[in-house]
Design a binder for this molecule. Structure first.
Ligand SMILES: [Zn+2]
Length: 190
């Protein structure tokens, strides 16, 4: 498997998706509870490496490591921590199959699916730090959500870990709050 080093947006997205499978984000329910769910998650992100039973715990550990990095976004710490994640790198090369040759990192032989996720997360974090800066590592802005994300949008104003879910929840809550304010009978204010 190869990771394009200039495709940090994809890689950072995988890192974001991984941390947001954690039980702390889902009121105790782990979204990667077993090997089948890990295989599905890997396939969803085009990470096609054989999965072994020991990978589940390794990916859970990686998830904690990546979350800890996002939660403590200082530049030096992010670089050191993400560099450690790239230890499964085998060969650095150019993919020259198209007009625009791209830097690619391949996994060393025998690398596991957790090694793959580790390399992808490392590339995603390093790329985002380099191109966008440490302030792009954030906690979800929804009051009830414990998720986190790496903001790779161009303007850098992303607020939610899962925009479709957390953003909608906040919109619904704001709408209800506005309605409640509008419908409060007057005359009760001191
Ligand atoms: Zn969220």
């Amino acid at each position: 498997m190869q990771v394009a080093l200039d495709d940090y947006v994809w890689a950072a997205g995988v890192a974001t998706d991984l941390v947001n499978t954690a039980p702390e984000v889902w009121h105790g329910e782990d979204k990667l509870p077993d090997l089948d769910s890990l295989v599905a998650f890997a396939e969803l992100h085009s990470i096609l490496v054989d999965t072994r039973p020991s990978d589940l715990r390794a990916v859970h550990r990686l998830r904690v490591t990546v979350r800890d990095l996002i939660d403590h976004p200082n530049r030096a710490g992010l670089v050191t921590g993400a560099t450690a994640l790239t230890s499964a790198i085998g060969v650095l090369s150019l993919d020259a199959s198209s007009d625009h040759a791209r830097w690619t990192a391949s996994l060393r032989p025998g690398a596991t699916v957790s090694d793959s996720f580790s390399l992808v997360c490392g590339v995603g974090i390093l790329g985002a730090v380099r191109a966008l800066g440490a302030e792009r590592f954030r906690a979800c802005g929804a009051p009830v959500c414990r998720g986190a994300f790496i903001d790779t949008t161009r303007p850098g104003r992303r607020r939610y870990c899962m925009p479709g879910l957390c953003g909608n929840r906040v919109n619904v809550a704001n709408h209800r709050a506005r309605r409640a304010t509008t419908h409060t009978p007057r005359g009760h204010q001191a």
